[in-house]
Design a protein. Structure first.
Length: 291
């Protein structure tokens, strides 16, 4: 398979996996502190990738030279999640989803400054169509709901989290130095786990771990195995094969995948007008798939 096609398939799977974490996370949002959940999720993911790295023999002392790389990348990764949960204290997930659609455009800008990746007019058009489609899905085609959107302190805070997420993509490629994707992901997740533990240790202490519902543990395992370990591998795999703007463009598919997850789990069928936005995101991806 051609490298760029493998990168696109990786990001297609990435977007579906991430959407699953939104669907499951919404079901347990009131049962556990988001920071505590994410702290455990990162350390479980570290343990899983550590085992994989040991079994595959991909790790070596050479791999972990210049550990400052992982500190930066892990810090950006942790920064995104911490700022997201801080922002959720003062605004809604829907509003943050709209802010998140700015990430691909920011990734394209950072890709130019860090890697001199030039965004062609076709890619810019695809990002614009994809962004409009994602916003359409989020607001269910309701113009009045979109016009009522207000930028508050939570949205402004989350914007900086999205900026950290956007710069992570090209920077991961810039700092790679030929490191295999498994140990590279492992080092990044270890650093992220340390950062986020330092922020959320109080939440860990006050959480009643023995009385959590079963769905919470299912969600933690899913997020740790798939939405952290596997998705991180897929993201770093794709960043080595695709421009940053194309990698982050797949975030536009997340609202569509969330609809699919909700249909599977709760038989939820969105209004027909929402499918217009789905079609727009698919058109954007077709434009991006062209070389």
């Amino acid at each position: 398979m051609r490298p760029h096609l493998a990168g696109h398939l990786a990001m297609l799977l990435f977007s579906a996996i991430v959407a699953g974490s939104f669907s499951l996370g919404a079901s347990v949002a009131n049962d556990i502190s988001p920071v505590a959940l994410n702290t455990v999720r990162f350390w479980v993911a570290v343990a899983i990738l550590g085992i994989v790295m040991k079994l595959t023999g991909k790790g070596s002392r050479q791999t972990f030279k210049a550990p400052w790389r992982y500190a930066i990348l892990g810090g950006l990764y942790a920064c995104y999640f911490v700022l997201m949960f801080m922002a959720l204290k003062s605004t809604s997930p829907v509003n943050l989803s709209v802010v998140f659609t700015l990430t691909p455009v920011m990734a394209g800008g950072f890709g130019y400054f860090l890697l001199r990746q030039v965004m062609s007019p076709r890619i810019a058009l695809a990002l614009a169509i994809g962004g409009a489609g994602a916003v359409w899905v989020i607001f269910r085609g309701d113009l009045s709901a979109f016009l009522a959107f207000e930028v508050g302190s939570g949205e402004a805070l989350y914007f900086w989290g999205c900026a950290a997420h956007a710069i992570y993509t090209p920077l991961a490629r810039r700092l790679n130095r030929g490191t295999h994707v498994i140990p590279y992901t492992f080092g990044t997740l270890v650093a992220a786990a340390i950062w986020i533990t330092g922020y959320g240790w109080r939440d860990l202490l006050v959480t009643d771990w023995t009385n959590l519902p079963n769905l919470v543990w299912i969600t933690i395992l899913y997020i740790a195995v798939f939405a952290t370990s596997v998705s991180s591998l897929l993201l770093l795999f794709a960043t080595q094969r695709l421009p940053s703007s194309k990698v982050m463009a797949y975030t536009y598919l997340v609202p569509t995948w969330v609809i699919a997850w909700e249909f599977i789990r709760h038989a939820y069928v969105p209004p027909g007008i929402v499918l217009v936005g789905v079609a727009m995101t698919l058109i954007a991806l077709l434009l991006l798939l062209r070389e």
